[in-house]
Design a protein around this ligand. Structure first.
Ligand code: BGC
Length: 739
């Protein structure tokens, strides 16, 4: 029997409206595609090829000395470059306006856009690396670096942090953020460890997707998932050194964050500067085309990393000259070339290559269509110039942004040790002694990629407080705060002075850690805490006074030698300009620490690589494991239950705050596929939730794990769920279930 439904005119109208709304996305993208094709058909080959280049702003600035610039645009030079697709500010100072503030950034970018508007029918897209706040602009608040953000285990917060950063980029006229970094950190000797969300593919994927959502939330700024793929897997942990990554590891570890970012709609992807299995990624058809385009379905713009096309010739030696380098990279699938200085030569080569037939015009059309589409989607064809006063308002002294970054910094702090409940300190404490190289430094709180590539001058940071200032502000009026300024010259003299001052102190706060660095300049051979810092803390430990160490670092450092000398140990992965306040909030109990490690802290350099989600048989013996972090209260878990549904597992557990202060716990769900056709990690994070509990409060925390999260890549590299027993682990408890 056929049942006929009767529709009233009103319901018909609603249905038509719904169909229109549902269809409008594709109508919209069809009309963009049509516009792109129209435009492409009117462009000369020279015009098209110009779009494929990304040039550094320093190229069009007045020169100062052999490498520097005056920070001012040279309009004559700029007019000669208005056929390029994009201009960017790289990390170094020579790409910043002088003076540097939100208004001058806006004026500089307005100026560039105006010259493009007057000389080209295609607008320019301005790009920079805002990887922890709008970090090139003096006056902008700086957020924790990604490793700190990952320690919050709070993706909503991360989305808001990147969301604010995106607003502040838009305010100065930047529509392209070369962020987030989606490399999975496997070796802390690597100088870019702090730029990552840690060692776990799932956590990196979740945080990466949150960042992409934040950056792209308005539709007027696009994100860049970088550095595709395997960049963090170099053989010896050194930046840009070769990596040998078996296909299995590539799929299991390095691929998931990019897969998730593509699913999230990331508009651009930046290529790994290094080689993977003997082939520089910039010329790997397998990685760029087969995996990224065909398998992942990425349809956005692929951009090369800084000067990497030249390096195919003079570093990797896979091209006999620059001409061959550029031909190979275009044919492998790179759409845009970040060639800060080599633009004119490369541009001519590529035109010749198309004329000679070594690169097809069809291949050029593919890339240029993607670039035009990106520009249309971001609204650049009818964009207004930005108002410098508005940029000042959004960036300088923005109390909401400062509060957001302070919250991120607080949630990122990990309490590693709290013997005899030495923390939190009372505000009424009679006297504290503050020492160490990070106590009075804003630069060390922010790290690399802050104003300048290798880190800022102290005077560049005009917002926030140092740890020392924040402590002074936090304590009661009657408390004495002594400070012994750190001297690098002679640790023995410093220790002597500190010990003299220590005799009067009721507690000693030692703020130590790394000085700023970026990329290869940050590579180290040894992750041991420096000998001077160990000496200082051991000497203080011998005084018998309570010693609290605040470690500010961009990577896990082996802290074993100090653990007996410092009952309190807080770790903060480069917390940014609000780091001082956040540290003081935690030290004095205004914020109960809830951060958890997104990366393992090894005992020795010789253990590397060491990560929690290893295959069976590995001796995982860290100083502090992945997921670890204490609180000023304790949590008790009970009643773990697992129910199998049609296509998911329903997991629930009771979590109780058994202490006498409120606190936040990160409930972490790990799964082990007990017997499988290929080996699988002994435990893998599959979900987590952050819950606040009042003293004495119990909450039933529930998770739904779809079976699609239980997949593995089988012998033929097909992603499948294999029927069998799975073990669910939460906080040391486990249950087994058959699927
Ligand atoms: C880095 C990239 C960055 C680029 C532009 C390179 O050195 O590897 O991550 O986006 O510079 O600043």
């Amino acid at each position: 029997m056929v049942v006929m439904r009767r529709y009233t005119p009103f319901s018909v109208a609603i249905i038509i409206l719904l169909l229109f709304i549902m269809g409008s996305g594709s109508v919209y993208s069809e009309s963009i595609d049509r516009k792109v094709n129209d435009m492409l058909s009117q462009m000369s080959l020279e015009e098209k090829i110009g779009q494929m280049f990304v040039v550094e702003v320093s190229t069009v600035m007045e020169r100062r000395g052999p490498f520097g610039t005056s920070g001012r645009i040279d309009t004559r030079k700029l007019k000669g470059l208005t056929n390029v697709g994009s201009i960017f500010s790289g990390g170094s100072l020579r790409a910043n306006p002088v003076p540097n503030n939100p208004a001058t950034w806006t004026e500089m970018i307005n100026n560039i856009k105006q010259v493009f508007n007057d000389n080209s029918r295609i607008p320019v897209i301005y790009a920079l690396d805002a990887i922890h706040g709008n970090n090139k602009v003096i006056g902008a608040p700086i957020s924790p670096h990604n490793l700190g953000l990952a320690s919050t285990w709070n993706p909503e917060l991360v989305e808001r942090v990147y969301g604010y950063t995106s607003d502040s980029l838009e305010a100065i006229g930047v529509s392209w953020n070369y962020a987030p970094v989606l490399d999975v950190a496997r070796d802390p000797r690597w100088g870019r460890t702090y730029e990552t969300f840690g060692e776990d593919p799932f956590l990196v994927s979740v945080m990466g997707a949150a960042s992409v959502r934040g950056i792209q939330k308005s539709g007027r700024v696009c994100a860049t998932a970088k550095h595709y793929i395997g960049y963090s897997g170099s053989e010896n942990g050194m930046d840009r050194d070769p990596s040998y990554i078996p296909k299995r590891e590539l799929y299991e570890v390095y691929y998931p964050p990019f897969k998730k970012a593509v699913a999230e709609g990331v508009k651009t992807i930046m290529v790994n500067s290094g080689e993977v299995n003997g082939i520089p990624v910039h010329v790997s058809k397998w990685l760029l085309n087969d995996l990224l385009r065909m398998e992942l379905g990425f349809s956005g713009v692929i951009i090369s990393d800084y000067a990497d096309i030249s390096k195919l010739h003079d570093y990797h030696m896979v091209a006999k000259d620059y001409e061959e380098a550029i031909i190979r990279a275009v044919n492998a699938g790179v759409d845009m070339f970040m060639e800060p200085d080599n633009y004119p030569g490369f541009y001519r080569f590529l035109i010749e290559a198309v004329k000679e037939g070594t690169v097809s015009e069809e291949r050029i059309n593919q890339s240029v269509s993607r670039i035009l589409k990106l520009k249309m989607e971001l609204g650049l064809f009818n964009e207004e110039l930005k108002d410098p006063a508005n940029a000042e308002k959004i960036i300088s002294n923005n109390s909401e942004a400062v509060e957001l970054f302070r919250q991120a910094a607080r949630e990122s702090i990990v309490l590693l040790q709290n013997k005899d409940n030495v923390l939190p300190l009372s505000r009424e404490i009679k006297s504290v002694l503050v020492v160490g190289n990070c106590a009075e430094s804003m630069g060390n709180l922010c790290g690399g990629w802050t104003i300048n590539w290798q880190g800022p001058e102290e005077t560049d940071l005009t917002t926030g407080k140092t740890i020392l200032e924040a402590i002074k502000e936090k304590v009661a009026p009657g408390t004495r705060v002594d400070y012994i300024k750190y001297r690098l010259e002679s640790i023995d003299i410093y220790v002597k002075k500190v010990l003299e001052a220590a005799s009067d102190a009721e507690a000693i706060i030692v703020a130590i850690g790394e000085e700023p660095y970026a990329e290869m300049m940050g590579d180290v051979q040894n992750i041991q805490l420096p000998a001077d810092q160990i000496k200082l803390i051991k000497a203080l430990g011998n005084t018998g006074k309570p010693v609290i160490t605040v470690l500010i670092t961009g990577r896990p450092l082996a802290v074993g030698p100090i653990l007996n000398s410092t009952p309190g140990l807080l770790l903060s992965f480069l917390p940014g300009t609000e780091g001082g306040n956040a540290v003081a909030d935690v030290l004095f109990g205004d914020y109960n620490p809830s951060g958890k490690l997104p990366i393992t802290i090894p005992k020795y350099t010789g253990q590397l690589p060491l990560y929690y989600n290893h295959k069976p048989g590995v001796d995982y013996d860290p100083q502090f494991p992945f997921g670890y972090g204490l609180s000023y209260t304790s949590f008790e878990y009970s009643g773990l239950t697992v129910k199998k549904q049609h296509d998911s597992l329903q997991i629930s557990v009771d979590v109780k705050n058994i202490g006498d202060v409120g606190g936040t716990e990160v409930v972490q769900v790990y799964i082990n596929d007990v017997y499988s056709s290929v080996t699988t990690p002994v435990r893998e994070l599959k979900d987590f939730k952050k819950v606040y509990l009042r003293p004495g409060e119990t909450r039933r925390v529930e998770f739904v794990i779809p079976f699609t999260k239980l997949t593995l890549y089988n012998e033929n590299f097909v992603e499948v769920v294999e029927p069998g027993t799975f073990e669910i682990q939460i906080a040391g408890f486990s249950r087994r279930v058959k699927i």
